[in-house]
Design a protein around this ligand. Sequence first.
Ligand SMILES: Cc1cc2nc3c(=O)[nH]c(=O)nc-3n(C[C@H](O)[C@H](O)[C@H](O)COP(=O)(O)OP(=O)(O)OC[C@H]3O[C@@H](n4cnc5c(N)ncnc54)[C@H](O)[C@@H]3O)c2cc1C
Ligand code: FES
Length: 257
Amino acid sequence: MKYEVKQCRILQKQELAKGIFSFVVDAGALAQKAKPGQFANILVPGKTLRRPISICDMDAQKQTLRFVLEIRGEGTQILAGFEPGQDMDLLAPLGNGFDVGDCNRKALFVGGGIGVPPLLHPAKLFGQHATVALGFRSQEAAILIDDFQQAGCNVLIATDDGSLGHHGLVTEYFGQVQPDVIFACGPMPMLKAVSEFAEQKGIPCQVSLEERMACGIGACLGCACKVYRPTEDGGMSETYGHVCKDGPVFDSRKVIF
Ligand SMILES: Cc1cc2nc3c(=O)[nH]c(=O)nc-3n(C[C@H](O)[C@H](O)[C@H](O)COP(=O)(O)OP(=O)(O)OC[C@H]3O[C@@H](n4cnc5c(N)ncnc54)[C@H](O)[C@@H]3O)c2cc1C
Ligand code: FES
């Protein structure tokens, strides 16, 4: 894993929804190294542990990375207070990222809440071949819809309270789609439902998991998750993987939900 620590100047900040902020930073050569689905561990002034935030978008030519973060606790509250002109201290790029493969295939992207940001860049690569099904609590919490639409993606929205799009779960759209490949990020129950759908239909599916993290580089064993690993006799055994090093993106068939 070739990660580095880099001070990145904040170029743009925008509040996308209440308590959800987008930051574009000048990342230099990091922007060329990063893969969709990877993340950065961001230093929080006054805190020992960095906070993991997914790379939402990247522009190799402009050498920028984009992050979208939601205030959840003290760490993200402090990060949300950063302003353009200040530097963010990134440990990046971390994790394995999505294996996007052939972008002419029909891809389904499924995102829930703050799991939506890491899907933006890979969905842009698929453009009009992508159907993007996004689930939010409500219209007020909906983010990045315009960004997906501008990339030519077919966007389907569901909200828990029915204030935008379909009133219900994003997984209720699955009857309408016949993708060749699926990418998902969001709450575990949503990822479980997506994985079951993929399994039933025999569609390859990659899920990005969120787990509490500390070091972010596989050194502290703080982010264990249960996975299947192939055995020498051709079977599967249960073991533990690390979200920061073996993931955050996993083949859905390997995750034990
Ligand atoms: C790979 C990965 C990618 C992520 N991408 C994003 C993103 O793009 N945007 C976004 O808003 N959030 C993202 N998160 C979640 C984000 O890291 C947490 O919301 C954040 O760490 C919470 O920190 P806090 O200090 O505000 O909250 P607190 O609850 O006060 O945090 C206390 C401690 O728990 C850890 N922690 C708490 N919740 C989580 C969590 N869900 N995941 C990991 N560690 C946690 C913190 O790192 C910290 O050490 C991601 C998490 C992971 C693992
Ligand atoms: S966060 Fe330390 S091993 Fe994953």
